[in-house]
Ligand binder design. Sequence first.
Ligand SMILES: [Zn+2]
Length: 240
Amino acid sequence: MGDFRFSHGGTCPICERDVEFTAKFTWFRDHLLCSGCGSIPRERALMRVIAEHYPDYRKLVVHESSPCGRGVSTKLARECPGYSYSHYFENVPPGERHPERGERCENLESLTFADNTFDLFITQDVMEHIFHPEKAFREIARVLRPGGAHIFTAPLVNKAKPSERRAELSPAGDIVHHFEPEYHGNPVDPKGSLVTMNWGYDIAAHIYETAKTPSVVFQIDDLDAGIRAEYIEVVASFKR
Ligand SMILES: [Zn+2]
């Protein structure tokens, strides 16, 4: 332990340069970093799927919920004039701006955008933190234009097992835990975000049942693009 060091040269789908992908820890999901942009594998997999399915993404109207300030988020913000983003803040009315941060607040379960607003809707490791994911998938489908897509990452930790709800809200609004509470880092909340869903590959069927958008799970392994790790599936839900 401590002496692990991995390095592989390749081309990064995000910064589009010849780079070294290096890791000092064996958990590549968080540690296989691009020397050019600092991105991690799931971000490079996401960019691969966006660029392959929407090669003119720079000209599209794109919205990202809860960007992480790195990788795909900063690339889209820099290269797409039609990019916008929002975060969810508990104490800010959806559609309004946070008084200090100046950033727009949106609740994925109840978006304030008009129908058919966006070509692409991006989320990165967000959909495992939603209490009513069926509402969120329906809302995202509503605000997408026909021909558009919700392209996102979420750790499909249950793989071929059925998805499970880790936590839900009681009718009184209290959190009911079905598993030991687990939290992931949240860029706008130091408490972190509660994981509400253990998703599996059946997420695609779940989205189709609830939002009627045909959905595909992409599993990519391409070390020359720095795409190698567990739980880096990309899901794309296409609005027809
Ligand atoms: Zn890069």
